[in-house]
Design a protein around this ligand. Structure first.
Ligand code: NAG
Length: 376
């Protein structure tokens, strides 16, 4: 297309495309209207008016921010979006705020100082010590943010970490009146859904794969972590703590007890299979494996009760297969149809040229730790 024609087309199309969000705001989707009625108690007319006011508030705040410069200390909408409050650290700027169409609120702490303190916290490796001692107060720093309405840096901490949070505030140069520690009862999680074959991280470094969800956590390989090691998602959210682990020796198995907030499912990553039991497949039977490095690969069972000599020591009672696997697939699920078989231990080869992989039978893990597979 010639450049002039191309520009003409752009000119014809752009105004329509850019205009769309404004129109959308005025015509809220029926599902959004229903949710706003349910959660905010607004009828269709009120919801539409509120969304339009909030959209307009963005411009008012931006104008106030520009005209008050370093004295701007944040803004928020109040009274269902009807009032726009702009915080300033210099009362002489009140006229500018009013001219922009907002209500000035005089505050003491500069937004820059609070934002810089938050940035300094981002640079500190905050120890999130977890304990299995149920009598101890829960510890953890859950979140921190600048609360513009209170003009403070708010640090949310579990009851056992209030003093720690106060220390952190002092460490980043905040004095009384510049921060507030708010006690919360739970650490945030990413609403992790634990499935067989999904990745997890041990002590926030090495990666393994989930074997199978059990009603109180999940099972995986023993070489993935020793008792007391943490299991987290790639985003760092707590999944649980290794509560039992055997490797090498009679097994390569572990049980990770769940952290609160995790949801468990009998689904397997990358597979349509849903686990309904753990009936052992005979030698020669077909078998598939799901792991966080290579995904799903299948093959057949070659031998039961194999002894395998790893560099770390000998492991007995493993099942040999001709399914390939690679580092990081460790701990992941082996299954035949809907029957759980075991967790990936180790082997040789890779998924380009093929390989031999051993798995730890799942029934030994369930009976050793007294666990029940999630079946729905
Ligand atoms: C993980 O950390 C715990 C607690 O510090 C420690 O006991 C464990 O050995 C570590 N695990 C691994 C696999 O490094």
């Amino acid at each position: 297309m010639e450049l002039t024609k191309f520009l003409a087309v752009m000119a014809a199309v752009l105004p329509v495309a850019y205009g769309a969000p404004v129109e959308a705001a005025n015509q809220l989707h029926p599902e959004i209207l229903a949710a706003m009625k349910r959660d905010l108690g607004l009828d269709a007319e009120q919801a539409t008016a509120r969304v339009a006011r909030e959209l307009a508030a963005t411009d008012v705040i931006e104008n106030a921010r520009r005209s008050t410069g370093d004295d701007f200390a944040g803004a928020w909408v109040a009274r269902d979006g009807a009032a726009i409050h702009v915080a300033i650290t210099n009362e002489a700027r009140a006229a500018e705020v009013e001219a922009a169409g907002a209500t000035p609120v005089f505050v003491r702490n500069s937004l820059t100082k609070l934002e810089q303190a938050k940035l300094a916290l981002d640079g500190i490796d905050i120890d999130q010590v977890q304990t299995l001692d149920s009598t101890a107060e829960a510890v953890g720093v859950a979140a921190y943010f600048v609360d513009v309405a209170s003009n403070k840096l708010v640090i949310e901490a579990l009851p056992g970490s209030v003093a720690h949070a106060e220390g952190l505030a002092a460490q980043v140069g905040l004095a009384d009146g510049e921060f507030e520690v708010v006690t919360v009862q739970e650490m945030p999680t990413t609403l992790a859904l634990i499935r067989g074959g999904d990745p997890y991280y041990i002590n926030r470094s090495a990666r393994c794969s989930v074997g199978f969800a059990v009603t109180t956590g999940f099972v995986s390989a023993g070489h993935c972590g020793t008792s007391g090691s943490s299991a987290t998602t790639s985003a760092g959210a707590a999944l649980g703590t290794f509560s039992g682990s055997v490797f090498p020796g009679s097994a390569d198995m572990s049980y990770i007890r769940a952290a609160s907030g995790s949801t468990y499912t009998n689904a397997i990553a990358g597979a349509s299979a849903r686990i309904t039991g753990s009936t052992v497949t005979a030698v020669g039977g077909s078998i598939c494996r799901s792991g966080s490095t290579t995904g799903v690969f299948c093959g057949s069972v070659r031998a039961l009760g194999a002894t395998v000599n790893y560099a770390e020591g000998r492991v007995t009672g493993l099942t040999q297969t001709n399914v390939c696997a690679e580092p990081g697939d460790s701990g992941g699920s082996f299954y035949s149809g809907a029957q759980a078989q075991g967790v990936t231990s180790g082997g040789s080869g890779n998924c380009n040229s093929g390989g031999t992989t051993y798995f730890q039978p799942v029934n030994e893990i369930l009976s050793t730790y007294g666990l029940t597979l999630v079946r729905s």
